[in-house]
Design a protein around this ligand. Structure first.
Ligand code: STR
Length: 512
């Protein structure tokens, strides 16, 4: 019947009809966002096309945090767009961020699965990228407890950082008179600290294994940031892609090294206190009641946790320190005030210790202001709604992706006076007491808050205080001040810049 109808039609019409039907079928099959619910009308949404989503409206040039801030001015602080087929809500205001991260944090604790991070984490056997599940919660608790072994209340981290700071200072001072880039030395020092925390290795300058670690980490950092389109369209993995190949190579090198460390740790595990994070994880893994029905923390989980502690610990801390140094070159008066505080409260006769933190409020403010003005993670790792929920009174259906744009929250002129100005004093009240504004969220908040937060804060404090106690940083004569725009890779990094370093009088070389 159908064929007869068709055969009775004139040929040109038939051809047009066939093309039309074929096009409609194709659009229907690939065009409708498959994994995402239809856009609820209430949240203003960018235009979108089948397959491409809103990509044609996103322009070239701007990095996501600046692009989203610009779109927020046009569409309002809460807007939606399609990243390829994925319906995504973008949050640019701190009340909405609090809802997503904290008040309804459980609703939004999910993570989308992404091609590059699945590769990096063996399909989400880590903490940061793994989807919300009972096993994830258990795993996260174990990591959190393991971290407290090194953090506040113990001198472990302090001893490790201080010995690394000593060699960093020697290295910086030896190159100091001429202008040079501080980044390799800072990254090496922080990598060394993290290696000690994770698997008890302490490396000397130029050690081959340390170089290998730095090289593969750098490779991962560079390639994962370029993942982009494969994460939106996973089928693109079928095309040859040099960046993806490099990522796989680096992951292999990483896994070989960490597996070796894991085996060594298993062989030498004793009943005493854990020596490092790997020990603590292995012990935690063994403590789980055997034969229980729950899913278990496997060796893969331990390995991926160590790898992630590593990547997260190095990239974020060294980048934050480099941002702060860059701002101190722009604001010598801030450096002077930190050093005055250090001279008054600590002096030059001994190394700074964690117990000095309460006495050095201005230094803490400098660290906070650095993390406000240049958050290393200007757009947080994507969240997904685990269930039907809401943001700012608008309903949000299950599976919706949510991006929190920390950049616009940290630069919101309604909450920050002159947000583009580096002004650590904004974290002090009239009485000179520290205050933490509610729209300051450099570590996120809620169930997905950074697990390394207290470790990171302590490490930043010890590094920065020790450096500024012993040396001063300034711009080389005639050189332009550091560029403060930054470059977005896997974190937001400063462009390379040069410093001249002079030793400070009064530092007596640490009668520790
Ligand atoms: C850096 C490179 C690497 O070797 C491993 C990781 C995994 C953890 C990532 C890290 C990365 C970059 C910074 C991240 C961190 C988890 C949390 C942190 C994304 C890719 C931030 O949110 C800033």
């Amino acid at each position: 019947m159908f064929t007869r109808l068709l055969s009775s039609l004139p040929p040109p019409f038939l051809f047009t009809l066939l093309v039309f039907v074929a096009a409609a079928v194709v659009l229907f099959l690939v065009g409708r966002p498959s994994s995402a619910p239809p856009a609820p009308r209430s949240i203003p949404c960018l235009p979108w096309l089948p397959v491409l989503g809103s990509l044609p409206w996103l322009g070239g040039g701007l990095p996501p945090h600046l692009l989203f801030s610009q779109l927020a001015r046009r569409y309002g602080s809460l807007f939606a767009l399609y990243l390829g087929p994925h319906y995504t809500v973008v949050v640019n205001e701190h009340q909405h961020a609090r809802e997503v991260l904290q008040q309804r944090g459980r609703d939004f604790a999910g993570r989308p699965s992404m091609f590059t991070t699945d590769l990096l984490t063996r399909g989400g056997k880590d903490i940061a990228f793994s989807d919300d599940s009972p096993l994830w919660k258990l795993h996260r608790r174990l990591v959190h407890n393991s971290f407290t072994l090194f953090g506040e209340g113990t001198s472990r981290l302090q001893d490790i950082v201080l010995s690394s700071v000593d060699s960093l200072c020697v290295e910086l001072l030896s190159g100091g008179g001429r202008g040079f880039d501080p980044s390799p030395a800072v990254t090496r020092a922080i990598t060394n600290v993290v290696c000690t925390l994770v698997f008890s290795a302490t490396y000397r300058h130029g050690d081959a294994e340390l170089q290998e670690v730095i090289r593969y980490n750098d490779g991962i950092v560079q390639t994962i940031a370029g993942g982009g389109l494969v994460d939106i369209y996973p089928w693109m993995k079928v095309f040859p892609n040099t960046s993806l190949r490099k990522l796989k190579d680096c992951i292999n090198v990483r896994d070989r090294l960490l597996t070796r460390k894991l085996e060594e740790h298993k062989a030498s595990l004793s009943d005493g206190d854990p020596r490092d994070l790997l020990d603590a994880l292995l012990k935690g893994q063994a403590d789980r009641s055997p034969g229980s029905e729950d899913e278990q923390i496997t060796d893969d989980h331990v390995l991926m946790t160590a790898a992630e502690a590593f990547g997260a610990g190095v990239e974020t801390t060294s980048t934050t320190l480099l941002w702060i140094l860059a701002y101190l070159l722009h604001h010598p008066e801030v450096q002077g005030r930190v050093q005055e505080e250090l001279d008054e409260q600590v002096g030059g006769g001994r190394a700074v210790s964690a117990s000095d933190r309460g006495r050095l409020p201005y230094l803490d403010c400098v660290i906070n202001e650095g993390m406000r003005i240049r958050p290393v993670s200007p757009v947080l790792i994507p969240h997904t709604a685990m269930t039907h929920s809401s943001i700012g009174g608008h309903s949000v259906s299950r599976g919706t992706r949510v991006l929190v744009n920390m950049w616009s929250i940290h630069h919101d002129p309604r909450h920050w006076d002159k947000p583009d100005l580096f002004n650590p004093g904004r974290f002090l009240d009239d009485q000179g007491q520290r205050v933490t504004p509610s729209c300051f969220l450099p570590f996120g908040a809620g169930p997905r808050v950074c697990v390394g937060e207290s470790l990171a804060r302590l490490e930043l404090f010890l590094f920065l205080s020790s450096l500024l106690q012993r040396m001063s940083f300034r711009q080389p004569d005639g050189a332009p001040p550091p560029n403060l725009q930054g470059r977005l890779g896997v974190v937001l990094q400063p462009l390379p810049y040069k410093v001249v370093i002079t030793p400070r009088e009064g530092w007596e070389g640490g009668a520790k």
